[in-house]
Design a protein. Sequence first.
Length: 111
Amino acid sequence: MNNNKIAIIDIDNTLWDFTTVLYKRLYNKFGSIVPLHSEWHDWSFWKNFCDPETFYYTVKEIHLEQDRFGVYPDAREFLQEIKSMGFQIIITSHRDLETHKQHLNGYIIIN
């Protein structure tokens, strides 16, 4: 029997604060019509004030600039703890292929 353990970790909102950056960008574009991110109960929250092209372009912009924002202060410790428990770590994200190649390939925090 294979005892290999794998942890699949999503970058956004697990290793860095994507939601706050997204909220600020949307607020700058649309103003107070954007609900607070504490009110985002599903991923279609934006459909009441934003078209898909603008929303996904905004998400892509953020992902392209991701290096500017840094990771959560405890991201390294979090990953090290998972690794110390015997897990192989796979970093993943649902994003545009261009931003995936630019950031995920170079986003390894620990080996």
